[in-house]
Write a protein that binds this ligand. Structure first.
Ligand code: E4P
Length: 218
């Protein structure tokens, strides 16, 4: 399973990259705004900086909502760097745009996916990635992981190559459950990735090993 980090924060991206486990980055307009990145030129320059930190795919989201505008914006984003994946919302014009990008060999990430039907459309349109938002479903008392399971079954039934990119991760258990189900990718905040490291027996075990070594070598 690939690990993407879901942030536009360069320090956190660098930190995950330095751990050696990072396969890519996802951003969205809210995450860019959170970092104070505004204006087309600054936004484009920021995506380029992210691409220079990581080796894998970097999702850059369009802010247009019509087919013609999405094509124009998506092509400009794709021109920034070969690692850019154009992130397109699951709306009718977005499906049409993803088909266009797919035919042109431009990678896409279909975002804001909340149902199996939407994921089926994304695959039919040739999306490289589909992003079901599991945390936001959980937030409204729906079952985000069940959606990952359903999409896995549907894609496997027909051999769709669209990769399931589990998004809106809220905790380390989401990551583990996605791995059990067979999601291709998770995109997560750094905190949930780092939480995978934690176990009290690791900490106490290490402390004892070091203490015993110190005593024996005193
Ligand atoms: C997906 O790519 C989105 O950027 C993201 O995972 C949304 O997560 P949130 O629900 O925590 O905003």
């Amino acid at each position: 399973m690939k690990f993407f980090i879901d942030t536009a924060n360069l320090d956190q991206i660098q930190e995950a990259q330095d751990m050696g486990i990072l396969d890519g980055v996802t951003t969205n307009p809210s995450l860019m705004a959170k970092e104070g990145i505004t204006g087309t030129d600054n936004i484009m320059a920021h995506y380029k900086k992210i691409c220079e930190i990581v080796d894998g795919d970097v999702s850059a989201e369009v802010i247009s909502t019509t087919y013609e505008e999405m094509i124009k914006e998506g092509e400009a984003l794709a021109d920034i760097h070969p690692q850019i994946v154009v992130k397109v919302p699951m709306i009718k014009d977005g499906v049409k745009a993803m088909k266009y990008f797919s035919d042109e060999g431009i990678k896409t990430n279909c975002t804001l996916v909340f149902s199996a039907g939407q994921a089926l459309l994304a695959a039919k349109a040739g999306a490289t990635y589909v992003s079901p938002f599991i945390g936001r479903l959980d937030d409204i008392s729906s079952d985000g992981l069940r959606l990952i399971d359903e999409i896995r079954m549907i894609y496997d039934n027909y051999g769709y190559e669209t990769e399931i990119l589990a998004a809106s991760i809220r905790n380390p258990m989401h990551i583990i459950d996605c791995a059990k189900i067979g999601a291709d990718v998770i995109t997560s905040p750094l905190a949930s990735i780092e939480a995978l490291l934690k176990h009290p027996l690791t900490d106490s075990g290490l402390a004892k090993f070091l203490e015993d070594h110190k005593k024996a070598n005193a």
